[in-house]
Each structure stands twice: as C-alpha cells, then as structure tokens.
Design a protein around this ligand. Structure first.
Ligand code: ATP
Length: 365
C-alpha cells in the first residue's frame, strides 16, 4: 500500500482556478475523505491523483515517487466510479476476474484471487450467479470486488454511494469502513455529505472554493474548526453564530453579545478589527433558570433521545440540543447558559477561528 503526497498542486481551466495550491499527504492505510460543496474542486483533485487530469503546476508523489506525468494505467491506483458499473451479461466470477484477465494474469492466479476477494466480501456463494439477479447490496459488493481484486496501491472513490437511498447508504458506509479495516488500503473518498465523511474518515479534508481549509480527524474538525465555513458545513444542525460587540484582545476570557458577557476560552491573539463572531454548537447551550442570554422558545422538535429547541434571543435565533426530559413549550421565556470552554471566536472579516485555549488543547494532544 502507499502514501500519496500533493505538493503545491494547482489546476486551472482557462482563467478559472478549480484547485488552488494544495499540499497535503494521505498516509499509508488511511481512509481519507475530501468533503465540500458541489464545485469546490474535490473531483478535480481526485482525478489528478488518479492520473486522469494533469495538474497545471505542482507534483504528485506515490510512495515518494514522482508520478505527476505518469498515466493512470502506470499508477497502480483503482478508481472506483459509481459502484453499480458491472457487466450484466457476465456472472459474478467473470465480473470479478475481468480486471485480471485484461492484465493478462495467469489463470490459476486469477482463480485464487477471485475466490479470496469473494470471501472477503462475503459473496463467495454467489460466484456462479448472474449479476442481473443480485440484490443491490450484493451488486455493490461485486463492484467493489472488481477494484479490490487487482490489489492496487490505493483506492479512489468519487461519491460511490451517491445514487443510493438513505437507509442503504448508511449500510454501505458501514460495509466500506469494515472492508477498509480488513484490507487496510489507502483510500481517498470524495463526498459532499458531512455525515458520510464523519462516519467513515480517519481524516477529513474540508474544501471550499478550490481550497483545502482544514485537514483533521472528524472529532477535531468538529470541535476545533479552522474557519467559520468549516464550522457551518460540519454538524447537523449547524453551529450557531452570534455577532459580538467591542474590541477583543489577546488574553480576553469573555465576549459581549447583545449587551451581555459570555465567558470564552482565553484568546491568544488580538482581533485586529472590532468585528468578531461567537460560534456555539447546539449541544453546548443549556436551558436553565439563569443564564447569559434570555429568549423565547420558537419551536421544539423531538428527536428520540434528544430534542432540538429553537430560541429567539436578542442576539438572534439559536438552536439548542437538550435532553428529552426537559419540558418547555412554544413561547416560553427561557435563560440560556453556554459551555465556556467549548466556544469558538471567529474573526468577523477573515472568518478564521481566533487561536485560544481550546485550540491549544489540540496541539498538546
Ligand atoms: P461536484 O461534487 O459537483 O462534482 P466537485 O467539488 O467535485 O463538485 P469539481 O468537479 O472538481 O468539483 O469541479 C470544480 C470546478 O471546476 C467546477 O466549477 C467545475 O465546473 C470546473 N471544472 C471541472 N472540470 C472542468 C473542465 N474540464 N473544464 C472546465 N471547468 C471544469
């Protein structure tokens, strides 16, 4: 297996910049997810790694070897397109064998590898069945098998579950992750679905407008977003944002919102403009007798073990994740208190998170 390094990789189409200078390394055996909205450059990045697109500048290294100008077929990387792409007139065995037959692999070796792959995917009992009669789950497994059987250095997957309904998607997410744990292959997976990314990734690269904004494990990106875009894109419901008042300097441990003081993790930098935005996850607000802000309940949504409460405050509308034992009704006046050590302050103009004790925690493990 392999690690994949991008060094200042850039891609333009005419005047249009599809990928700004990207530099990062995908580690050997890692499940790496590129996450971002439509058009942010995920597929273009993946196609450059695959060798299907040439970077305008920069380098791509596979296991330390510069493969920037190597064709896709010289890279030993499997690109898994929509998982349903199978040959309908061939049985499962022939579908699995196809990539090896085209490579001219000896027959005995093909047989051994096809059987090994089928066992791994638990479709060995289906080897002689026609693919047209298979359930959609088994079809996906055969399609995956076609990629695995070649034993490539890495797998690249572009929204492979995009066409599936929600329930089946969840199941396939689990299967893909389990399969990854078994074969430990470097995998680069592209999606615009943050739930999929959070569930599967060892690390996520969050992209927007041709740029990688942050790379980190799901919990890290969630708790310590590098920018307001990342904070908003990850998490459902999204983080709440409250406009702050007054100038903030390094060392500050409180922020003013709608005329009230809210405690925050100690800031490590001055904000060079007066503008700041406070970011609060819905589970870091609680409804109490006393609190920093007051507001009126706008809506209550029950979600099984939790409920989502929308509160209109002087600082704007906030969403609060609360235990389902809490009793509140629409229109009720409530006080909100905030988990001081989980709050994030964003620069009002650059939208970057301001370094604070919360972020220092991450650096020290
Ligand atoms: P999606 O999920 O919609 O595929 P994406 O993040 O994968 O989005 P890309 O497909 O990488 O985005 O596209 C990034 C931008 O580059 C888009 O604005 C797209 O229109 C543009 N683009 C991609 N390929 C070409 C091309 N061959 N010629 C011109 N523009 C292109």
């Amino acid at each position: 297996m392999a690690d994949i390094a991008l060094r200042n990789v850039r891609k333009t189409f005419g005047d249009f910049v599809a990928v700004k200078d990207s530099s990062f390394t995908i580690h050997d055996g890692e499940f790496f997810v590129m996450l971002g909205p439509s058009g942010c450059g995920k597929t273009t990045t993946l196609r450059m790694i695959a060798g299907l697109e040439l970077p305008t500048s920069g380098q791509i290294l596979l296991d330390g070897e510069d493969v920037t100008f190597n064709r896709a077929s010289q890279r030993d990387i499997a690109f898994v397109f929509q998982l349903f792409a199978l040959y309908p007139h061939m049985n499962v065995r022939k579908n699995l064998a196809f990539p090896l037959v085209s490579q001219g692999t000896p027959r005995a070796e093909i047989r051994r590898r096809v059987e090994e792959t089928a066992k791994l995917l638990r479709i060995d009992h289906l080897l002689n069945s026609s693919v047209s009669g298979l359930s959609s789950g088994d079809r996906q497994r055969v399609a995956l098998g076609r990629a695995i059987v070649r034993r490539p250095k890495a797998f690249l997957m572009d929204e492979p579950l995009g066409a599936l309904d929600a329930e089946f998607r969840e199941l396939m997410c689990e299967e893909l992750r389990l399969l990854h744990n078994r074969i430990d292959a470097t995998t680069v997976y592209v999606t615009h679905d943050q739930i999929e990314a959070m569930a599967m990734a060892d690390r996520i690269a969050v992209m927007n407008q041709a740029e990688v904004l942050q790379i980190g494990p799901p919990a890290e990106v969630y708790a310590r977003p590098a920018t307001r875009f990342v904070a908003n894109f990850i998490g459902s419901p999204a983080m709440n944002f409250l406009p702050a008042e007054g100038r903030l300097a390094a060392g500050a441990t409180a922020i003013r919102v709608a005329g009230k003081e809210i405690s925050i993790p100690r800031l490590h930098e001055n904000l060079d403009s007066a503008e700041a935005v406070l970011g609060v996850r819905p589970e870091h607000i609680s409804i109490r007798e006393e609190g920093a802000l007051r507001g009126a309940v706008f809506a209550v949504e029950y979600m099984g073990t939790r409920q989502l409460i929308t509160v209109d405050t002087e600082a704007g509308r906030l969403r609060v994740r609360a235990p389902n034992t809490l009793r509140v009704t629409d229109g009720q006046n409530v006080a909100l208190s905030f988990d001081a050590d989980r709050l994030v302050v964003f620069h009002g103009e650059t939208e970057a998170a301001v370094p604070s004790d919360l972020y220092a925690e991450a650096r020290h493990g």
